[in-house]
Design a protein around this ligand. Structure first.
Ligand code: AMP
Ligand code: ZN
Length: 462
């Protein structure tokens, strides 16, 4: 079995990955808050962890991997959107979830094994909050009720800050910006908050209310993957406070040492060297790009090109280059067809080294240059590149690629001094209405008005 090494934010080391339970790999990735179309930055963790999911499935077997990615469908941004538009929350979240599935599907991302909606796990969240309020085996209570809110008592958890390695004074200074009077410590965070009648709410021991954001992931991860699982992922912006808070809640409620063994974070995406923001006018969604005719696989390619832990600068120039680069793999579409998916060894070794996609891409180019379609074609599919966008839809394109392949066969034959074979190809091209010229660079050709597609089809293999 191939050894996989992954960089673990928790230990700040690249480590040999070993599933906690043999033959049962469990991964959780924080998903979107569903009130709007996913922007291009949101797509980065989706495709990064999709590649990891594909790698794990390849190494351990598809049935041995469970991947959960949530939908946050209760959130003040969703409430605000409902108030603005007069639409129901369910309408907005259902529609947004549909968009997300479509857009991420267009990027070749596999559907995770579980896509829990937060609102379907409220009882689990309430149970977890109750466990945090109750004294633990040392008699410590990790949460308290105050003015209809329930807060996590940060000083009760001495490991707080270890995941993100934020210094205490920095976390405190950040928390002081917005201090509610009911907090015992400025760093304490909300587990449950009261809802007015116009807001979504659920009955609870603390009155009608709704959960805080962080508790959702702790409760859903526990319900779907268990108290301790293998991999937890998300964008680097989530390391603090979201993931720090998840760890605090889960470890204190479940009395465990760790929530997830390996924590992985993708770097941030910028646009033309600037932070993406609506106010800067450089904000766009995946759908915006798809609507402009950018193929989903090209978007996927560009999102994966940089190493996942590095920042990624999304540029127009980079996009055009990504399109050319990806297209170069499909120069001979007939050799890239098929359905089987398999990650060839050199690419597998690159990916197993903390998802070294840049190295994997270099290996793909090597296969392309040596015309090793036997490995290239199934590996591209195994990585989520099916080539549908280059497979010819316009007759001219389709025939061009056929003719292009025949012309290179012709050149090869001539270089090998197999003039009989070379002439045979030449004759057949001409019969199909192709003008053929021999140049120093090799065979040059173009369509003539006499081009007869049927004849070209008949020709088949020379
Ligand atoms: P959100 O809906 O804002 O919670 O984001 C959903 C996911 O997208 C999280 O894993 C974020 O870390 C990630 N994310 C948001 N913006 C970016 C960005 N510009 N670059 C990379 N990842 C991002
Ligand atoms: Zn989360």
């Amino acid at each position: 079995m191939t050894d996989i090494h992954l960089y673990n934010t928790r230990t700040r080391k690249k480590e040999l990955f070993k599933p906690l339970r043999e033959g049962d790999v469990r991964m959780y990735v924080c998903g979107p808050t569903v009130y709007d179309r996913a922007h291009i930055g949101n797509a980065r963790p989706v495709v990064v962890f999709d590649v990891l999911y594909r790698l794990l499935r390849h190494v351990y077997g598809a049935g041995a991997v469970t991947y959960a990615r949530n939908f946050t469908d209760v959130d003040d941004k969703i409430n605000a959107r409902a108030a603005e538009t007069g639409r129901s929350i369910r309408d907005i979240t259902d529609e947004t979830i549909g968009w997300f599935m479509d857009d991420m599907g267009a990027l070749g991302a596999l559907v995770p094994d579980a896509q829990p909606r937060a609102t379907e796990y409220i009882p689990e969240m309430v149970a977890m909050i109750e466990a945090l309020i109750a004294p633990d085996d040392k008699g410590v209570r990790h949460a308290y009720e105050a003015e209809g809110h329930v807060l996590f008592d940060v000083p009760s958890f001495p490991d707080y800050g270890k995941l993100s390695r934020r210094p205490l004074d920095e976390m405190q200074a950040g928390a002081r910006v917005e201090v509610a009077t009911y907090k015992r410590d400025p760093m304490d965070f909300v587990l449950w908050k009261p809802s007015t009648d116009d807001l979504p709410g659920w009955d609870s021991p603390w009155g009608r209310g709704r959960p805080g954001w962080h508790i959702e992931c702790s409760a859903m991860a526990k319900a779907l993957l268990g108290e301790t699982f293998d991999i937890h992922g998300g964008g680097i912006d989530l390391a603090f406070p979201h993931h720090e808070n998840e760890v605090a809640q889960s470890c204190c409620a479940n009395h465990t040492e760790v929530m997830a063994k390996v924590w992985m974070h993708n770097g941030f995406l910028q646009v033309e060297g600037e932070k993406m923001a609506k106010s800067l006018g450089n904000f766009f969604t995946v759908k915006d790009l798809l609507d402009k005719g950018v193929p989903g696989e090209v978007i996927r390619w560009l999102l994966l090109k940089a190493h996942y832990r590095q920042p990624l600068d999304w540029t127009e120039k980079g996009l055009a280059a990504a399109k050319r680069e990806l297209a170069s793999f499909y120069e001979f579409p007939e050799d890239m067809g098929g359905e089987d998916e398999r990650i060839a060894e050199p690419v597998l070794l690159a990916l197993a080294d903390d998802l070294n996609v840049p190295k994997a891409i270099a290996e793909l180019h090597e296969m392309r240059r040596s015309m090793n379609f036997h490995d290239l074609s199934p590996t591209m599919r195994a990585l989520g590149f099916y080539g549908a966008w280059v497979l010819p839809s316009e007759p001219e394109l389709s025939y061009s690629t056929m003719i292009h392949a025949m012309a290179s066969d012709l050149d090869d034959a001539r270089n090998n001094k197999d003039y009989k074979y070379a002439d045979a190809i030449r004759e057949k091209l001409i019969r199909a209405g192709i003008e053929v010229r021999t140049t120093k660079q090799g065979t040059d050709w173009k369509f003539t008005p006499d081009f007869d597609a049927a004849k070209l089809e008949e020709i088949g293999d020379v």
